[in-house]
Design a protein around this ligand. Structure first.
Ligand code: BES
Ligand code: MN
Ligand code: ZN
Length: 494
């Protein structure tokens, strides 16, 4: 995918199609109509028909004839002028790209002009995000290509007037870095278990680090044993493939600035182990390393952006397999910090590998730690696939995430960690047990993690938001890449 930004006009820009955004609002719509029909006469019947009103996501296709270099003009509605947001641009750009792709266009130009309070850079960023992410497919294993309408949009050009070109170029390049991180996260999380298992996940993280500019260190099983990561080793016990613990370091901030530490659950496949999952839908569990994918994608993006921050990312990674050597209910595991947990259910494995990673994070004396994990089905029951569950001890970081969520539309909603829930994970034989039963499952999982935390901390349960049941706007069915845009936005404005 390539993105260029240039000075240009609707009439002069060269592409297979030109997308022009039009908002609703009496005066605003009239002005758009006037300039469009006077510059491109073929648009007159479109407006005369009154079919196109600028309503959000509405489209109209016309052919410019001799008036335009690009033969096709696609109008896309933005909805009400007064309340337009970056998200409306993301969705409108996605709609424009999809409409163009549906008629075989591979090069699409988008007109960027400021509207209301929104600046050109934010609009350009949103248009890059929406258009490119809408074209994402995980189709590398398809050897028989579906025929019909070409292979999607491959080239995006943003054009603006001279006064806005610089802002557009800068917003577009930010958008490109973000999109690359989201696509990386989606590719990793969509990949099946016979492609992405702990060792290959580590290889891909290291490759991302080489490309973008962060350091990757991979601990093997021996090192993990030396560190006494009993949670990670316990979950790995049933697996033929060894575990890894991936450490990524990006230290471009001031020397005395404490780092932010990201932790991503890296279960490359979750069968449930001895407490095995039902067969239906189990293949979704190839994405049980979405938290890991999100933090790797975020590291990629922030390094590409060259942010002046200190950020560390940690990924404890293993499969969760049943076998003669697997851990079983009743086992007691001892974590890196010496605490113990009784295994009630081997399918509550995410919290066990995260516990060791949260202990390890303490070595960095972090300003805060944010973990991302496809942790509980209970979170999906509570918030669906729209909103990420947020829990934790640090109000400041929670507020930063809320602000970033507003900007990116990667919604977060807080669930409480009242101590009354603690009794659900109390154990007769160990410090705690790994399952708190059906009630408040997202909360008891987070409370389990809290036992391993000694710094400001926020947990994001992305079980619902990470794995999408269907395509929508600029996300496609399967891994969403959630977290990359959210964390990048937060880090850019820390
Ligand atoms: N990876 C699953 C959670 C999950 C479920 C993610 C659906 C994405 C979609 C996790 O390891 C798990 O199995 N959790 C159990 C915990 C229970 C045994 C306490 C769950 O949610 O059922
Ligand atoms: Mn599980
Ligand atoms: Zn899991």
């Amino acid at each position: 995918m390539s993105v260029t930004s240039i000075v240009g006009t609707r009439r002069s820009v060269k592409a297979d199609a030109v997308v022009v955004f039009v908002a609703q609002g009496e005066k605003h719509f009239k002005t758009s109509e006037k300039s469009l029909t006077s510059e491109i006469p073929h648009l007159t019947p479109v407006f005369e028909s009154k079919d196109f009103t600028g309503k959000a996501l509405q489209t109209a296709l016309a052919y410019g004839g001799s008036a335009t270099s690009a033969s096709r003009i696609i109008l896309v509605g933005l909805g009400d002028f007064a309340s337009v947001t970056p998200e409306r641009f993301r969705r409108a750009a996605a709609m424009g790209a999809k409409r163009a792709a549906s008629i075989g266009c591979s090069h699409v130009a988008f007109e960027i002009s400021t509207i209301n309070e929104l600046d050109a850079a934010s609009i350009a960023q949103a248009v890059v995000e929406g258009s490119i992410l809408s074209q994402y497919r995980f189709d590398k294993y398809k050897t028989i290509k579906v025929d019909g309408t070409g292979s999607g949009v491959k080239k995006v050009t943003l054009f603006a007037d001279k006064a806005h070109q610089k802002a557009v170029a800068s917003g577009a390049s930010i958008g490109e870095c973000i999109v690359d991180g989201v696509v990386l996260a989606r590719d990793l999380a969509n990949a099946p278990n016979n492609e992405i298992y702990p060792e290959t996940l580590a290889k891909r993280a290291a490759e991302a680090g080489r490309k973008a500019g962060f350091k990757t260190t991979v601990f093997n099983k021996k090192k993990i044993e030396e560190l006494k990561m009993g949670g990670l080793l316990g979950v790995n016990a049933g697996s033929v493939r060894p575990p890894v613990f991936i450490v990524m370091e990006y230290l471009k901030g001031p020397k005395n600035e404490k780092p932010l530490v990201l932790v991503g659950k890296g279960i490359t496949f979750d069968t449930g182990g001895i407490s095995i999952k039902p067969a239906g839908g189990m293949s979704d569990m190839k994405s049980d390393m979405h938290g890991a994918a999100s933090v790797i994608g975020t590291m990629y993006t922030i390094a590409k952006l060259g942010l002046k921050r200190n950020v560390i990312a940690l990924v404890p990674s293993t499969e969760n397999m049943p076998s003669g050597t697997a851990y079983v209910p009743g086992d007691i595991l001892t974590f890196m910090n010496g605490k113990t947990a009784e295994i009630d259910n081997t399918d509550a494995e995410g919290r066990l590998v995260l516990a060791d990673a949260l202990c390890y994070a303490d070595r960095y004396k972090p300003s805060a730690v944010i973990d991302l994990a496809t942790l509980t089905g209970a979170c999906v029951v509570a918030l669906g696939t729209v909103t990420t569950g947020m829990m934790g001890t640090d109000e400041k970081t929670k507020n930063r995430l809320r602000l970033a969520a507003d900007k990116t539309n990667e919604y977060v909603c807080e669930l409480p960690l009242y101590e009354e829930y603690e009794e659900q994970i109390s154990s007769d034989y160990a410090d705690i047990k790994n399952s708190g039963g059906r009630n408040a499952g997202a909360i008891t999982a987070a409370l389990f993690l809290k036992h391993f935390v000694s710094y400001p901390w926020v947990h994001l349960d992305i079980a619902g938001t990470g794995i999408q049941p269907k395509s929508s706007h600029y996300t496609t069915k399967g891994a969403s890449g959630v977290g990359v845009r959210l964390l990048t936005e937060m880090l850019r404005h820390w």
